[in-house]
Design a binder for this molecule. Sequence first.
Ligand code: ADP
Ligand code: SR1
Ligand code: MG
Length: 408
Amino acid sequence: MAYDILTPQNIVSYILAIDSLRSFFGTDDISVDEIGDGNLNYVYILKSKKDAAKALIVKQAVPYLRCVGETFPLSRERMNYEIRALNTFYERSPEFIPKIHYADESMSLVVMQYLGKHIILRHGLMRGLRYPKLADDVSTYLANALFYTSSLYLQSDKKRELIDRFNSNTELCKLTEDFVFTTAYMEHETNDNKNVKDNPLAAELFADMPFKEKVLCLKYKFMTQNDALLHGDLHTGSLMVNQDETYVIDPEFAFVGPFGFDIGALLANFVNAYIHHTVVTADTDYQSWLLESIDALLEGFLQKFLRLWDQTESSALITPGFLDDATLSSFKNDFIRQILRDTVGFAGCKMARRVFGVAGVAEIRGIEDKEKRAQAEAMALSIAKRFVMEHENIGSTKDIRDLITDER
Ligand code: ADP
Ligand code: SR1
Ligand code: MG
C-alpha cells in the first residue's frame, strides 16, 4: 500500500480494511485517541465503544521528527527497524514484548497489543511506586535479548545476517551519536540553551576535556562494536509496567551495538529517579529501594547472561575444546566484568546528555522549583562525570552503588 499519513479522521477506515483487525473489532463502533507523549512518532489507541477491553495501539512513523516538526526531516525507515526488533525480541522473550497484530513497512506502521493496565515506568518511579518483579523481569529480558543475538550464541553467518538486517538504521544511530555523545557537551542550537546561558555548570562541562575525551572513546565503541542486538533507547520511558508484568516498547533505535549500551541506559534512568527522590521528595526509603533495584538488575543480568553462556557449547566465538575449563571460566568472568564497565560508562553519557542536551527527562528537567532543579542537575552531572571517568576501574556492582551514594 502507498504511504499515507493516518489521522483521527481516516484511521478507522484504514484499520477496518484489514481482515484480521476488522474481525478483532467485529461490528463495534471504535473510538480514537492520540497519545501525545512520544518524541518521534504518532501513537493512537483504538477502542471498541462497547467493550473497552477490546483495544489496540496503532503507531505510525512520519517523515520527520514529531517533537520538532517538518523542519527536522527523518526517514520513516525507523519503523522497519522497530517492527524487526519487536519480532526478534518477541522470539526469545514473548512475555516482555507487546504482541504485534499487524505490521506494514510500506505504511511505516505497526498495530500492537494495548497495554491498558500498565503505565510508563518513568511515571511510576517518579510517583514512588515499587515494582516487585521489575528487576527480575528486566534482567531476564536483557540477558535473553543480548546473549541470543551475540556471537557468544550465534554462528558467524547468522550474526552477520543480523547485522545486515539492522545496521542500516543509520539515521537513528546518528541521532544517538549526536545527542548522547556530542552536542550535549558543547554549544549547540539543539540544547536547552536558556539553561546553558550563563550557567557555570554548563561552561565547566563544555570545557572538561578529560571528560570529553572519555566520551569520545565510548562514542567510538557505540559506533564500531557489534556485540548484540540492542533496543537502542532503553530508558524508563520505554518500559510499561504494573505489579505483575513488564513490557518493553519502542525499539526503533535498534541496531547491533555494544553489550553495555542498553543496560547503561537503564542504569542512568534509575539513577535519575534516585536523584529526583533525593532532591525533590527526600524519600530515603524509596532511595534505598531504587539502589536495591539497581543492584538486583545488574547482578541478575550478569548471572543470567553467564548461565546462558554456560549452557552454550559452541558459537561463532567459542569452538569446543579450544580452552580448558579453568581458562574458559576466567575468560567469561573477565568478559562480563568488561560489560559492567562499559555499562557504567554509557550510563554516564546517558545521564549527562539529559542535563543540557535536547530531550531532557521529567525527573530532572521537569522539576519546577529552580533551586531544586539546579541541585538535581549538579548531582546528575557529578555522578555522570564519575561514571564516565571511572568506569574502567569498576570491579563489581558494589563499586557502582558507591559511586552513586558518594555524591549525596
Ligand atoms: P515514540 O517512538 O514516538 O517515542 P513510543 O513508542 O514511546 O513513541 O510511544 C509513545 C507513548 O505511547 C508511550 O509513552 C506510551 O504512553 C504509549 N504507548 C506506546 N505503545 C503502547 C502500548 N503498546 N500500549 C499502551 N500504550 C502505549
Ligand atoms: C530528538 S530525539 C531525542 C531523543 O528521543 C529518543 O527517545 C532518543 O532518546 C533521542 O535521543
Ligand atoms: Mg521512540
